[in-house]
Write a protein that binds this ligand. Sequence first.
Ligand code: FAD
Ligand code: NAD
Length: 404
Amino acid sequence: MKRPSILVLGAGYGGLTTVVNLQKIMGTDEVDITLINKNEYHYESTWLHEAAAGTMTPEQVRYDIKEVIDPVKVRFVQATVEEIDVKGKRVLTDNGEFTYDYIVIALGFEGETFGIEGLDKYALSIANVKAARYIREHIEFQFATWSTEEVKDDSRLNIVVGGAGFTGIEFLGELANRVPELCKEFDVPREKVRVICVEAAPMVLPGFDPELVNYAVGHLESKGIEFSIGTPVVEATPEGVNIKKSDDEFEFIKAGTVVWAAGVRGNRLIESTPIENMRARVKVEKDLRAPAFPDVFIVGDCALMINEETNRPYPPTAQIAMQQAETAAANIKALIQGGTTQEFIPDLKGTVCSLGDDDAIGVVFGKKVTGKRASFMKKMIDNRALYMVGGPKLVMKKGKFNVL
Ligand code: FAD
Ligand code: NAD
Protein backbone atom coordinates (compact mmCIF):
# COMPACT_ATOMS: atom_id res chain seq x y z
CA MET A 1 0.00 0.00 0.00
CA LYS A 2 1.20 3.51 -0.80
CA ARG A 3 2.45 5.40 2.22
CA PRO A 4 0.71 8.71 2.94
CA SER A 5 2.75 11.69 1.80
CA ILE A 6 3.33 14.80 3.89
CA LEU A 7 4.50 17.99 2.22
CA VAL A 8 5.94 20.76 4.39
CA LEU A 9 6.33 24.18 2.76
CA GLY A 10 8.92 26.50 4.30
CA ALA A 11 11.89 25.72 6.54
CA GLY A 12 11.56 28.58 9.00
CA TYR A 13 10.72 28.04 12.65
CA GLY A 14 7.34 26.48 11.87
CA GLY A 15 8.29 24.24 8.94
CA LEU A 16 11.63 22.99 10.22
CA THR A 17 10.23 22.24 13.69
CA THR A 18 7.35 20.32 12.05
CA VAL A 19 9.78 18.19 10.06
CA VAL A 20 12.13 17.58 12.99
CA ASN A 21 9.15 16.42 15.07
CA LEU A 22 7.73 14.26 12.27
CA GLN A 23 11.06 12.51 11.77
CA LYS A 24 11.15 11.83 15.52
CA ILE A 25 7.63 10.45 15.90
CA MET A 26 6.98 8.66 12.60
CA GLY A 27 8.66 5.60 11.14
CA THR A 28 10.22 5.52 7.65
CA ASP A 29 7.79 2.79 6.63
CA GLU A 30 4.77 4.86 7.71
CA VAL A 31 5.06 8.07 5.66
CA ASP A 32 6.86 9.98 2.90
CA ILE A 33 7.97 13.36 4.18
CA THR A 34 9.09 16.12 1.78
CA LEU A 35 10.32 19.53 2.88
CA ILE A 36 10.37 22.34 0.31
CA ASN A 37 12.22 25.58 0.96
CA LYS A 38 13.42 28.44 -1.21
CA ASN A 39 17.00 28.21 0.03
CA GLU A 40 19.19 25.29 1.06
CA TYR A 41 19.58 27.02 4.43
CA HIS A 42 17.34 27.95 7.33
CA TYR A 43 17.76 31.40 8.84
CA GLU A 44 16.91 32.51 12.33
CA SER A 45 14.34 35.21 11.52
CA THR A 46 14.62 36.39 15.12
CA TRP A 47 18.25 37.40 14.48
CA LEU A 48 17.71 39.21 11.18
CA HIS A 49 17.90 42.68 12.77
CA GLU A 50 21.46 41.82 13.80
CA ALA A 51 22.43 40.82 10.27
CA ALA A 52 20.71 43.96 8.94
CA ALA A 53 22.59 46.27 11.30
CA GLY A 54 25.85 44.42 10.68
CA THR A 55 26.41 43.30 14.28
CA MET A 56 26.24 39.68 13.05
CA THR A 57 27.19 38.35 9.63
CA PRO A 58 24.55 36.76 7.37
CA GLU A 59 26.52 33.53 7.74
CA GLN A 60 26.06 33.53 11.51
CA VAL A 61 22.26 33.71 11.32
CA ARG A 62 21.79 30.76 8.97
CA TYR A 63 22.65 27.08 8.74
CA ASP A 64 22.31 24.27 6.21
CA ILE A 65 18.93 22.50 6.45
CA LYS A 66 20.63 19.16 5.81
CA GLU A 67 22.40 19.51 9.18
CA VAL A 68 19.16 18.89 11.05
CA ILE A 69 17.10 16.57 8.88
CA ASP A 70 17.43 12.81 8.64
CA PRO A 71 17.89 12.05 4.90
CA VAL A 72 16.51 8.55 5.36
CA LYS A 73 13.20 9.93 6.60
CA VAL A 74 12.91 13.33 4.92
CA ARG A 75 13.44 14.38 1.33
CA PHE A 76 14.59 17.98 1.12
CA VAL A 77 13.89 19.89 -2.10
CA GLN A 78 15.27 23.35 -2.71
CA ALA A 79 12.51 25.08 -4.65
CA THR A 80 10.39 28.21 -4.66
CA VAL A 81 6.71 27.49 -4.24
CA GLU A 82 4.70 29.25 -6.96
CA GLU A 83 1.20 27.93 -6.41
CA ILE A 84 -0.64 25.86 -3.81
CA ASP A 85 -3.57 24.01 -5.36
CA VAL A 86 -5.45 22.84 -2.26
CA LYS A 87 -8.34 21.44 -4.31
CA GLY A 88 -6.09 19.32 -6.53
CA LYS A 89 -3.75 18.56 -3.56
CA ARG A 90 -0.63 19.61 -5.43
CA VAL A 91 2.04 22.28 -5.21
CA LEU A 92 3.75 23.90 -8.17
CA THR A 93 7.32 25.09 -7.78
CA ASP A 94 10.20 26.27 -9.97
CA ASN A 95 11.64 22.80 -9.42
CA GLY A 96 8.68 20.58 -10.28
CA GLU A 97 5.23 19.62 -9.10
CA PHE A 98 4.47 17.80 -5.84
CA THR A 99 1.33 16.03 -4.67
CA TYR A 100 0.36 15.32 -1.08
CA ASP A 101 -2.05 13.63 1.30
CA TYR A 102 -1.30 16.16 4.04
CA ILE A 103 0.33 19.55 3.71
CA VAL A 104 1.79 21.93 6.28
CA ILE A 105 1.99 25.50 5.05
CA ALA A 106 4.71 27.36 6.94
CA LEU A 107 5.75 30.03 4.46
CA GLY A 108 6.20 32.77 7.04
CA PHE A 109 5.83 36.52 6.98
CA GLU A 110 6.26 39.45 4.60
CA GLY A 111 6.56 43.12 5.50
CA GLU A 112 3.23 44.99 5.48
CA THR A 113 3.23 48.43 3.90
CA PHE A 114 -0.53 49.14 4.27
CA GLY A 115 -0.57 50.61 0.76
CA ILE A 116 1.50 53.63 1.86
CA GLU A 117 2.87 55.30 -1.23
CA GLY A 118 6.50 54.67 -2.14
CA LEU A 119 7.30 52.22 0.67
CA ASP A 120 7.46 49.13 -1.55
CA LYS A 121 9.90 50.93 -3.82
CA TYR A 122 12.04 53.09 -1.56
CA ALA A 123 12.09 51.46 1.88
CA LEU A 124 14.05 48.37 2.89
CA SER A 125 12.50 45.59 4.94
CA ILE A 126 14.13 43.13 7.37
CA ALA A 127 12.35 40.22 5.69
CA ASN A 128 14.97 37.51 5.12
CA VAL A 129 18.73 36.97 5.01
CA LYS A 130 19.21 38.50 1.59
CA ALA A 131 17.20 41.59 2.54
CA ALA A 132 19.14 41.91 5.81
CA ARG A 133 22.48 41.69 3.95
CA TYR A 134 21.24 44.33 1.52
CA ILE A 135 20.38 46.72 4.38
CA ARG A 136 23.79 46.21 5.97
CA GLU A 137 25.58 46.89 2.69
CA HIS A 138 23.33 49.81 1.80
CA ILE A 139 24.17 51.56 5.09
CA GLU A 140 27.89 50.87 4.62
CA PHE A 141 27.65 52.23 1.07
CA GLN A 142 26.08 55.46 2.36
CA PHE A 143 28.91 55.91 4.87
CA ALA A 144 31.59 55.07 2.31
CA THR A 145 30.12 57.44 -0.28
CA TRP A 146 29.77 60.31 2.21
CA SER A 147 33.41 60.04 3.16
CA THR A 148 34.54 60.31 -0.48
CA GLU A 149 32.14 63.08 -1.57
CA GLU A 150 33.67 66.49 -2.18
CA VAL A 151 30.42 68.31 -1.46
CA LYS A 152 29.02 66.30 1.37
CA ASP A 153 25.31 65.55 1.69
CA ASP A 154 24.87 64.78 5.40
CA SER A 155 21.32 63.43 4.87
CA ARG A 156 22.98 60.42 3.22
CA LEU A 157 23.97 59.37 6.74
CA ASN A 158 20.43 59.62 8.16
CA ILE A 159 18.73 56.33 8.92
CA VAL A 160 14.95 56.33 9.39
CA VAL A 161 13.34 53.32 11.03
CA GLY A 162 9.58 53.14 10.48
CA GLY A 163 7.77 51.46 13.37
CA ALA A 164 8.69 51.09 17.04
CA GLY A 165 7.31 47.59 17.53
CA PHE A 166 9.66 44.81 18.68
CA THR A 167 11.41 44.56 15.31
CA GLY A 168 12.00 48.33 15.10
CA ILE A 169 13.27 48.55 18.68
CA GLU A 170 15.56 45.52 18.37
CA PHE A 171 17.01 46.92 15.13
CA LEU A 172 17.57 50.32 16.77
CA GLY A 173 19.35 48.57 19.65
CA GLU A 174 21.78 47.03 17.19
CA LEU A 175 22.22 50.29 15.25
CA ALA A 176 23.00 52.13 18.48
CA ASN A 177 26.05 49.89 18.87
CA ARG A 178 26.92 49.63 15.18
CA VAL A 179 26.87 53.34 14.21
CA PRO A 180 29.95 54.25 16.33
CA GLU A 181 31.82 51.34 14.70
CA LEU A 182 30.80 52.54 11.23
CA CYS A 183 31.85 56.12 12.08
CA LYS A 184 35.28 54.85 13.05
CA GLU A 185 35.61 52.64 10.01
CA PHE A 186 34.57 55.32 7.51
CA ASP A 187 35.98 58.43 9.28
CA VAL A 188 32.56 59.95 9.88
CA PRO A 189 32.05 62.22 12.94
CA ARG A 190 29.35 60.58 15.12
CA GLU A 191 27.37 63.83 15.39
CA LYS A 192 26.81 63.78 11.62
CA VAL A 193 24.71 60.60 11.84
CA ARG A 194 21.03 60.74 12.79
CA VAL A 195 19.02 57.59 13.53
CA ILE A 196 15.36 58.51 13.74
CA CYS A 197 12.56 56.13 14.70
CA VAL A 198 9.10 57.17 13.48
CA GLU A 199 6.13 55.57 15.24
CA ALA A 200 2.44 56.10 14.40
CA ALA A 201 1.05 55.16 17.82
CA PRO A 202 1.30 57.52 20.81
CA MET A 203 3.96 55.29 22.42
CA VAL A 204 6.91 53.09 21.61
CA LEU A 205 6.10 49.33 21.80
CA PRO A 206 2.36 49.99 21.96
CA GLY A 207 0.65 47.90 24.64
CA PHE A 208 3.89 46.78 26.34
CA ASP A 209 4.70 47.50 29.99
CA PRO A 210 5.22 51.32 30.29
CA GLU A 211 8.08 51.01 32.80
CA LEU A 212 9.99 48.72 30.44
CA VAL A 213 9.18 50.98 27.50
CA ASN A 214 10.68 53.96 29.40
CA TYR A 215 13.77 51.90 30.12
CA ALA A 216 14.16 51.03 26.42
CA VAL A 217 13.62 54.59 25.20
CA GLY A 218 16.03 55.98 27.84
CA HIS A 219 18.67 53.44 26.85
CA LEU A 220 18.33 54.13 23.12
CA GLU A 221 18.17 57.92 23.53
CA SER A 222 21.33 57.82 25.66
CA LYS A 223 23.03 56.27 22.63
CA GLY A 224 21.81 59.01 20.30
CA ILE A 225 18.64 57.45 18.84
CA GLU A 226 15.85 60.00 18.17
CA PHE A 227 12.13 59.23 18.41
CA SER A 228 9.22 60.86 16.60
CA ILE A 229 6.09 59.44 18.26
CA GLY A 230 2.47 59.71 17.13
CA THR A 231 3.66 60.72 13.67
CA PRO A 232 2.80 58.07 11.04
CA VAL A 233 4.87 57.74 7.91
CA VAL A 234 2.52 58.65 5.07
CA GLU A 235 4.84 58.49 2.07
CA ALA A 236 8.31 57.37 1.05
CA THR A 237 10.31 58.91 -1.80
CA PRO A 238 13.85 58.31 -3.11
CA GLU A 239 14.97 61.12 -0.74
CA GLY A 240 13.29 60.03 2.50
CA VAL A 241 9.89 59.92 4.22
CA ASN A 242 7.01 62.23 4.81
CA ILE A 243 5.52 62.05 8.31
CA LYS A 244 2.20 63.41 9.54
CA LYS A 245 2.65 65.59 12.65
CA SER A 246 -0.98 66.77 12.91
CA ASP A 247 -4.04 67.11 10.66
CA ASP A 248 -2.43 69.82 8.57
CA GLU A 249 1.24 69.56 9.45
CA PHE A 250 3.68 67.27 7.67
CA GLU A 251 7.46 67.00 7.90
CA PHE A 252 9.83 65.55 5.33
CA ILE A 253 12.81 63.68 6.78
CA LYS A 254 15.62 63.37 4.26
CA ALA A 255 17.44 60.08 4.68
CA GLY A 256 19.84 57.88 2.72
CA THR A 257 18.36 54.79 4.38
CA VAL A 258 14.75 54.01 5.25
CA VAL A 259 14.04 50.69 6.96
CA TRP A 260 10.39 49.73 7.23
CA ALA A 261 9.62 47.68 10.35
CA ALA A 262 6.00 48.60 10.88
CA GLY A 263 4.27 45.25 10.82
CA VAL A 264 3.98 41.93 9.07
CA ARG A 265 1.44 39.91 7.08
CA GLY A 266 1.34 36.30 5.93
CA ASN A 267 2.92 35.03 2.72
CA ARG A 268 1.10 36.37 -0.35
CA LEU A 269 0.85 32.88 -1.89
CA ILE A 270 -1.99 32.17 0.57
CA GLU A 271 -4.05 34.89 -1.09
CA SER A 272 -4.18 33.01 -4.37
CA THR A 273 -5.68 29.90 -2.73
CA PRO A 274 -9.41 29.45 -2.02
CA ILE A 275 -8.61 29.35 1.73
CA GLU A 276 -10.31 32.20 3.58
CA ASN A 277 -7.66 34.61 4.86
CA MET A 278 -6.97 38.11 6.13
CA ARG A 279 -3.75 39.70 4.82
CA ALA A 280 -2.61 36.17 3.97
CA ARG A 281 -3.19 34.92 7.51
CA VAL A 282 -5.65 32.07 7.96
CA LYS A 283 -7.88 31.82 11.00
CA VAL A 284 -7.12 28.17 11.62
CA GLU A 285 -9.28 25.62 13.42
CA LYS A 286 -8.31 24.72 16.98
CA ASP A 287 -6.24 21.76 15.70
CA LEU A 288 -4.42 24.07 13.21
CA ARG A 289 -6.22 22.91 10.08
CA ALA A 290 -7.48 25.35 7.48
CA PRO A 291 -11.26 25.81 7.47
CA ALA A 292 -12.89 23.60 4.81
CA PHE A 293 -9.57 21.88 3.96
CA PRO A 294 -9.02 19.10 6.53
CA ASP A 295 -5.74 17.93 4.93
CA VAL A 296 -4.15 21.41 5.15
CA PHE A 297 -2.34 22.48 8.32
CA ILE A 298 -1.06 26.03 8.70
CA VAL A 299 1.56 27.03 11.26
CA GLY A 300 3.58 30.13 12.09
CA ASP A 301 3.00 33.61 10.71
CA CYS A 302 0.51 32.43 8.04
CA ALA A 303 -1.79 31.16 10.82
CA LEU A 304 -4.02 33.35 12.92
CA MET A 305 -5.49 32.35 16.27
CA ILE A 306 -7.56 34.41 18.64
CA ASN A 307 -6.56 34.62 22.28
CA GLU A 308 -9.93 34.14 23.93
CA GLU A 309 -8.82 35.99 27.09
CA THR A 310 -8.09 39.21 25.22
CA ASN A 311 -10.24 38.59 22.13
CA ARG A 312 -7.26 39.64 20.02
CA PRO A 313 -5.05 37.53 17.75
CA TYR A 314 -1.92 36.06 19.27
CA PRO A 315 1.06 38.01 17.91
CA PRO A 316 2.94 36.14 15.18
CA THR A 317 6.08 34.91 16.94
CA ALA A 318 8.70 32.20 16.62
CA GLN A 319 7.69 31.00 20.05
CA ILE A 320 4.16 30.22 18.83
CA ALA A 321 5.31 28.93 15.41
CA MET A 322 7.50 26.29 17.07
CA GLN A 323 4.78 25.21 19.48
CA GLN A 324 2.23 24.99 16.65
CA ALA A 325 4.67 22.86 14.66
CA GLU A 326 4.82 20.28 17.45
CA THR A 327 1.02 20.08 17.59
CA ALA A 328 0.69 19.90 13.78
CA ALA A 329 3.18 17.00 13.62
CA ALA A 330 1.35 15.13 16.39
CA ASN A 331 -2.01 15.76 14.70
CA ILE A 332 -0.84 14.47 11.33
CA LYS A 333 0.45 11.34 13.02
CA ALA A 334 -2.90 10.91 14.77
CA LEU A 335 -4.82 11.25 11.50
CA ILE A 336 -2.59 8.76 9.68
CA GLN A 337 -2.94 6.27 12.51
CA GLY A 338 -6.73 6.69 12.61
CA GLY A 339 -6.79 8.75 15.83
CA THR A 340 -8.18 12.18 16.62
CA THR A 341 -6.43 15.53 16.57
CA GLN A 342 -5.64 17.67 19.61
CA GLU A 343 -6.31 21.33 20.19
CA PHE A 344 -3.36 23.73 20.02
CA ILE A 345 -2.90 25.50 23.35
CA PRO A 346 -0.12 28.11 23.37
CA ASP A 347 2.21 28.07 26.37
CA LEU A 348 3.45 31.65 26.44
CA LYS A 349 6.57 32.01 28.52
CA GLY A 350 7.04 35.74 28.01
CA THR A 351 8.70 38.26 25.72
CA VAL A 352 12.24 39.59 25.76
CA CYS A 353 13.25 42.45 23.47
CA SER A 354 16.96 43.00 22.94
CA LEU A 355 18.49 46.49 23.01
CA GLY A 356 21.74 45.55 21.33
CA ASP A 357 24.02 42.76 22.40
CA ASP A 358 24.39 43.92 25.98
CA ASP A 359 20.96 45.10 27.15
CA ALA A 360 17.30 44.09 26.91
CA ILE A 361 13.86 44.40 28.46
CA GLY A 362 11.29 41.71 29.01
CA VAL A 363 8.58 39.97 30.93
CA VAL A 364 9.42 36.35 31.65
CA PHE A 365 7.00 34.09 33.54
CA GLY A 366 5.19 37.28 34.57
CA LYS A 367 8.31 38.99 35.98
CA LYS A 368 9.89 42.12 34.53
CA VAL A 369 13.57 41.95 33.62
CA THR A 370 16.01 44.55 32.30
CA GLY A 371 19.71 45.02 31.61
CA LYS A 372 22.31 42.29 31.43
CA ARG A 373 20.00 39.75 33.09
CA ALA A 374 17.40 40.28 30.38
CA SER A 375 20.08 40.18 27.71
CA PHE A 376 21.36 36.87 29.11
CA MET A 377 17.81 35.47 29.05
CA LYS A 378 17.35 36.55 25.42
CA LYS A 379 20.46 34.64 24.42
CA MET A 380 19.30 31.58 26.32
CA ILE A 381 15.93 31.79 24.53
CA ASP A 382 17.79 31.98 21.20
CA ASN A 383 19.93 28.97 22.16
CA ARG A 384 16.87 27.01 23.28
CA ALA A 385 15.27 27.49 19.85
CA LEU A 386 18.44 26.07 18.25
CA TYR A 387 18.41 23.17 20.72
CA MET A 388 14.81 22.28 19.91
CA VAL A 389 15.60 21.94 16.21
CA GLY A 390 19.17 20.64 16.13
CA GLY A 391 20.04 19.51 19.68
CA PRO A 392 23.33 20.29 21.48
CA LYS A 393 25.39 20.02 18.26
CA LEU A 394 23.57 22.95 16.67
CA VAL A 395 23.77 24.99 19.89
CA MET A 396 27.54 24.46 20.00
CA LYS A 397 27.84 25.51 16.36
CA LYS A 398 25.49 28.50 16.16
CA GLY A 399 24.65 29.38 19.78
CA LYS A 400 25.17 32.73 21.48
CA PHE A 401 27.74 32.43 24.24
CA ASN A 402 28.98 36.01 24.40
CA VAL A 403 27.24 36.60 27.73
CA LEU A 404 28.70 39.46 29.76
P1 FAD B 1 9.68 32.12 8.79
O1 FAD B 1 10.60 31.94 9.92
O2 FAD B 1 9.58 33.44 8.12
O3 FAD B 1 10.03 31.01 7.69
C1 FAD B 1 9.41 30.95 6.43
C2 FAD B 1 10.26 30.10 5.52
O4 FAD B 1 9.58 29.91 4.28
C3 FAD B 1 11.61 30.72 5.18
O5 FAD B 1 12.63 29.77 5.27
C4 FAD B 1 11.44 31.19 3.74
O6 FAD B 1 12.65 31.18 3.00
C5 FAD B 1 10.47 30.13 3.20
N1 FAD B 1 9.69 30.59 2.06
C6 FAD B 1 8.99 31.74 1.95
N2 FAD B 1 8.39 31.82 0.75
C7 FAD B 1 8.71 30.68 0.08
C8 FAD B 1 8.38 30.17 -1.19
N3 FAD B 1 7.59 30.83 -2.04
N4 FAD B 1 8.89 28.97 -1.55
C9 FAD B 1 9.69 28.27 -0.72
N5 FAD B 1 10.03 28.70 0.52
C10 FAD B 1 9.55 29.90 0.91
N6 FAD B 1 9.57 36.02 17.45
C11 FAD B 1 9.82 35.58 18.70
O7 FAD B 1 9.11 34.71 19.21
N7 FAD B 1 10.90 36.06 19.41
C12 FAD B 1 11.75 36.97 18.93
O8 FAD B 1 12.70 37.38 19.58
C13 FAD B 1 11.52 37.47 17.60
N8 FAD B 1 12.36 38.35 17.05
C14 FAD B 1 12.16 38.76 15.75
C15 FAD B 1 13.08 39.63 15.18
C16 FAD B 1 12.90 40.07 13.88
C17 FAD B 1 13.90 41.01 13.28
C18 FAD B 1 11.78 39.62 13.13
C19 FAD B 1 11.59 40.10 11.71
C20 FAD B 1 10.86 38.75 13.69
C21 FAD B 1 11.04 38.31 15.00
N9 FAD B 1 10.15 37.40 15.61
C22 FAD B 1 10.38 36.96 16.89
C23 FAD B 1 9.02 36.86 14.84
C24 FAD B 1 9.43 35.51 14.21
O9 FAD B 1 10.64 35.66 13.51
C25 FAD B 1 8.35 34.96 13.29
O10 FAD B 1 7.15 34.90 14.01
C26 FAD B 1 8.76 33.57 12.81
O11 FAD B 1 9.89 33.64 11.99
C27 FAD B 1 7.62 32.89 12.06
O12 FAD B 1 8.01 31.60 11.69
P2 FAD B 1 7.51 30.93 10.34
O13 FAD B 1 8.03 29.55 10.32
O14 FAD B 1 6.05 31.17 10.20
O15 FAD B 1 8.18 31.78 9.18
P1 NAD C 1 4.36 45.17 15.06
O1 NAD C 1 3.07 45.11 14.34
O2 NAD C 1 4.48 44.52 16.36
O3 NAD C 1 4.83 46.69 15.22
C1 NAD C 1 4.74 47.60 14.16
C2 NAD C 1 4.79 49.03 14.69
O4 NAD C 1 4.74 49.90 13.57
C3 NAD C 1 3.62 49.37 15.60
O5 NAD C 1 4.12 50.00 16.75
C4 NAD C 1 2.78 50.31 14.73
O6 NAD C 1 2.09 51.28 15.49
C5 NAD C 1 3.85 50.96 13.86
N1 NAD C 1 3.31 51.52 12.61
C6 NAD C 1 2.32 51.03 11.82
N2 NAD C 1 2.10 51.84 10.76
C7 NAD C 1 2.97 52.87 10.87
C8 NAD C 1 3.23 54.03 10.10
N3 NAD C 1 2.55 54.30 8.97
N4 NAD C 1 4.21 54.87 10.50
C9 NAD C 1 4.92 54.62 11.61
N5 NAD C 1 4.70 53.54 12.41
C10 NAD C 1 3.76 52.67 12.04
O7 NAD C 1 5.43 44.56 14.02
P2 NAD C 1 6.91 44.04 14.25
O8 NAD C 1 7.63 44.88 15.24
O9 NAD C 1 7.49 43.87 12.89
O10 NAD C 1 6.71 42.61 14.89
C11 NAD C 1 6.11 41.57 14.12
C12 NAD C 1 5.89 40.36 15.00
O11 NAD C 1 7.14 39.79 15.38
C13 NAD C 1 5.16 40.70 16.29
O12 NAD C 1 4.30 39.64 16.60
C14 NAD C 1 6.26 40.75 17.31
O13 NAD C 1 5.79 40.38 18.61
C15 NAD C 1 7.24 39.72 16.79
N6 NAD C 1 8.60 40.09 17.23
C16 NAD C 1 8.96 39.68 18.48
C17 NAD C 1 10.20 40.05 18.95
C18 NAD C 1 10.61 39.60 20.34
O14 NAD C 1 9.87 38.85 20.95
N7 NAD C 1 11.76 40.01 20.82
C19 NAD C 1 11.07 40.81 18.16
C20 NAD C 1 10.65 41.21 16.89
C21 NAD C 1 9.39 40.85 16.43
